[in-house]
Design a protein around this ligand. Sequence first.
Ligand SMILES: C[S@@+](CC[C@H](N)C(=O)[O-])C[C@H]1O[C@@H](n2cnc3c(N)ncnc32)[C@H](O)[C@@H]1O
Length: 365
Amino acid sequence: MRTDYLVASDEKELWSRVGPLENEEICIYYQDHDKKYEFGTNSAGRDLLLKLIPTILNLLKINAKVLQDSFEDLEQAIREGESLYTEKPHLRSVGQTWSNDEYAHPGLQRVYLKLKSFQRFVEAWCVLERAEHMGIFSGLSAVKELVVCSLGGGPGIELYSFSKFVEQRFPHVSLRLVSLDRCWEWHHYSEALGVEFSQWDVNAPGSFETIEKLGSPIDYVLIFNVLMYFNNDTIQEYLERLFERFACRAVLINERGKFCEVSSRLQRKGYGSVRLIHQGKSRDERQLALIPKPSSGSSSRSELRMTFPNVPPVDWADKVDRSKFGRPEHILRADSYKQSDPPHWKRKRASSGSRDHQHSSRRYH
Ligand SMILES: C[S@@+](CC[C@H](N)C(=O)[O-])C[C@H]1O[C@@H](n2cnc3c(N)ncnc32)[C@H](O)[C@@H]1O
């Protein structure tokens, strides 16, 4: 199989995920390969996605070369990667999505880059837009450079999204971006994105030294889709050190789970946690900003027009409701729960008659 053919088929598929601008206001795009779920964006979001595609294609070209250098039989390697991606044997045996060897497989990396780059770029943009709205980046007008690192950053897409965001909102700021990750084989891609790569295993003895070597300050830390691999005690200790000794301004988190243990732990130690997604009847900590001091914000409601609404999805629907598109998102300052409240599914049975609880139970069971 020729690698130019491989990339040409990716190219067609990726461009087909971003639709035209309908009535000059809405563009339908898909984060998934099967184009099952429609998402909507505006013209600015569409421009971002159209610029992202050549970047992903470049990563896939690099990957095609790695595949070619590593395997005699390319088709077989691609099939292996696809099967690892869908079957997730490590998840079944160990409870973590993929093992280090699996992440290092160029066939799996190919699928990951193709499917996850889009999603991660958009999710990161949403974290950043919401964080900006919550004042997390206030004070950057006087700053010339920032150091941003992603723990378990893999290929570094969230850092790439960060760089595009800063380019747009704070063009006077220069960035040093670092992906710290156990899987060395990601370095090909992060470097192509302008992101330094440093091999780092959170569980290895002395692993904090790798972070220390970056120097101080470390302004922002990203934790994206990786907490399942980290032990809570270790990550809590690392984040405390980052706040205390590295002048970290915020730790931005994007995860699938709606309850974040490390956030509760840090709040109990006097740090702040801002829930970035609108809080409905039940706690939703999929996107968070952890900050050195508790936020003084009151329960004020404010509105934010998102570039990429409904990411991560709050309303699951196959189709975008065009009649509602463009409405601002209501951000309810997330102090409607006490800091140390356990997640709703752990609350005592005594509260099971309350409307909130019934509502949460319906949604999650
Ligand atoms: C789901 S990927 C997330 C990658 C990236 N943050 C993203 O959102 O696309 C999980 C990452 O965690 C890394 N990882 C797993 N165990 C790790 C460990 N013990 N130390 C450091 N990184 C680890 C993997 O290599 C992988 O890149």
